[in-house]
Ligand binder design. Structure first.
Ligand code: FAD
Length: 488
């Protein structure tokens, strides 16, 4: 029997297996597909994902095949581009908007998985049934090539099997939400150089044909066109029509269309993310339209959040720790879904007065402090309002210390030991933590974050969220709270 059976080796299952493997957890990861899904899906990842990839030593490898984006703009009906996302490197130490090629990123993750001795991968097997027992989960799988099925047992099963999750279906967990009435044509193309007219993602708010166009990883570009409700996609998918539609965006660049497909976007969340020893992560737990580029990014956060909790519970920590996974992640995912739908609503507007009002507002704020503020704050902050923390985080996200992702302006995480760590420059606080058996590190430049909040220390969880923070007198309380969620 393994510790964790990961069902589904898409990017979320891969990342979860890597993070668990790094903590010595025995993992069996299965997928019904023989290889990675070959076509590009996710276009961008953010700084939080790159920090998670840094934790498994892969941010450099992923960035080597990526393009850093300077920001994103909405183009109004008259062709004026207004920046709605400013993407300068901020408090997490990585660029906030980076174009990737999902299949290439997945291959990078899979290569790394081959080096994790506690992780075994089996492809070409499909999960059929789940039998939940008090002390384990039994799963019946069958080779996709046919033949006899077999039983696999694990202490925990994680469904990372995508939007159509078989794990979620077997648990009879409803996938609650809605399906958008509009469909979108997505065209991916190989390009000989970056497009001069589209240096970064553009949300083109043309009422006649809302369009999104963005650079992907080096040598690739994507276009997305909205189909009006009820519109037949067939004429738009004709190769000649696709090619003609690209022309207005080209300035002498050479383009080779890789694929043109129709997507329907959903905003859905599993009614519960945990049934006993079975949990859901990634698209199996939540899906959203791609307008904020947060589908995989949200799943990557799930993996980072869940992996250390699973490792802790397998090591003897209270099982209730696993409930904090959904408590923390669900509101954050729902905030991302709102952001994605807000961006979608802006570009998908077709009612004339709504388009006029949108454009008038964008023109009015363009170049003002309001625009700069919105562009810097459009994305929900990496903070949680409740969960596995020493005490409830402040109810206003910008005011939180406990519950927020600790900054790393340089590569702080590379200097921190794996697992729990107290960051402080105070000798007394440091010795109190060390006496209690908690690792201590100097936060370097990120000590400014403590100083600005008049804090002496921050006790960081393995996923680098602040579990407790305070002055020397608060160390004892922080250590006692840590005992409540850890094995010792
Ligand atoms: C057009 C488009 C644009 C997107 N843009 C972005 C973006 O810019 N940024 C972003 O972050 N995200 C984006 N996404 C979303 C992103 O691609 C997904 O969120 C991501 O792929 C989800 O990863 P996952 O591992 O949860 O699921 P998946 O990638 O779907 O992987 C699930 C795996 O489970 C396996 N599986 C399924 N059922 C079984 C079974 N019964 N037994 C065994 N194995 C099984 C499948 O073979 C598959 O390998 C976009 C998606 C689309 C379609």
């Amino acid at each position: 029997m393994v510790d964790v059976l990961v069902c589904g080796l898409g990017p979320v299952g891969q990342l979860l297996a890597l993070l668990l493997g790094d903590q010595g957890v025995r993992v069996l990861a299965i997928d019904r597909a023989d290889d990675v899904y070959p076509l590009p899906r996710a276009a961008v990842v953010d700084d939080e994902v790159l920090r998670i990839l840094q934790a498994v030593g892969l941010d450099g490898a992923v960035l080597a095949d990526a393009q850093v984006q300077a920001g994103a703009s909405v183009v109004t009906e008259d062709g004026r581009a207004v920046e709605v996302l400013a993407a300068s490197v901020g408090r997490l130490g990585h660029p906030p908007l980076v174009s990737i090629n999902q299949p290439a990123m997945e291959r990078t993750l899979l290569r790394a998985l081959a080096d994790r001795p506690t992780v075994e991968i089996r492809r070409g097997v499909e999960l059929e049934t789940i039998d939940r027992r008090a002390d384990r989960v039994d799963v019946h799988v069958r080779p996709t090539s046919g033949g006899r099925g077999e039983r696999l047992s694990a202490r925990y099963l994680i469904g990372c099997d995508g939007g159509g999750s078989a794990v979620r279906a077997r648990l009879q967990v409803p996938f609650v939400g809605r399906t958008a009435p509009q469909r979108w044509i997505v065209v991916d193309a190989l390009v000989d150089r970056p497009l001069a007219r589209v240096p970064h993602p553009h949300f083109v708010g043309r009422a006649a044909r809302p369009t999104v166009t963005l650079p992907m990883s080096p040598g690739r570009h994507r276009w997305e066109w909205m189909l009006h409700p009820g519109e037949d996609p067939a004429p738009f998918l004709e190769p000649a029509a696709v090619r003609a539609a690209l022309d207005e965006w080209l300035d002498g660049e050479t383009v080779e269309v890789e694929r043109a497909v129709v997507y329907t976007f959903h905003t859905r969340t599993a009614a519960t993310w945990r049934r006993g020893r079975v949990l859901l992560a990634g698209d199996a737990a939540h899906v959203m339209p791609p307008f904020a580029g947060q589908g995989f990014s949200s799943g990557a956060r799930d993996a980072a959040n869940l992996s250390w909790k699973l490792a802790a519970v397998l090591g003897g920590a209270p099982e209730a720790l696993l409930d904090s996974y959904e408590t923390e992640r669900r509101p954050h995912v729902e905030a991302m879904q709102r952001t994605a739908n807000l961006m979608g609503g802006i570009v998908q507007a077709t009612t004339p007065w709504v388009v006029r009002a949108r454009d008038a507002w964008l023109h009015a704020i363009d170049g003002t402090r309001v625009q700069r503020f919105l562009a810097a704050n459009v994305k929900p902050l990496p903070t949680y309002g409740a969960g596995a923390f020493s005490h409830p985080p402040h109810r206003l996200p910008p005011r939180r210390a406990v519950g927020t992702l600790f900054p790393q302006t340089g590569r702080l995480d590379d200097r921190l030991p794996r697992g729990w760590v107290a960051v402080t420059t105070d000798a007394v606080a440091a010795s109190l933590f060390e006496e209690a058996g908690v690792a201590v590190a100097d936060p370097g430049a990120d000590g400014a974050w403590l100083h600005d909040r008049a804090l002496t220390f921050a006790l960081l969880r393995p996923d680098r969220f602040v579990f407790a923070a305070g002055r020397v007198a608060d160390v004892g309380q922080a250590v006692a709270a840590l005992r409540g969620v850890s094995a010792t």
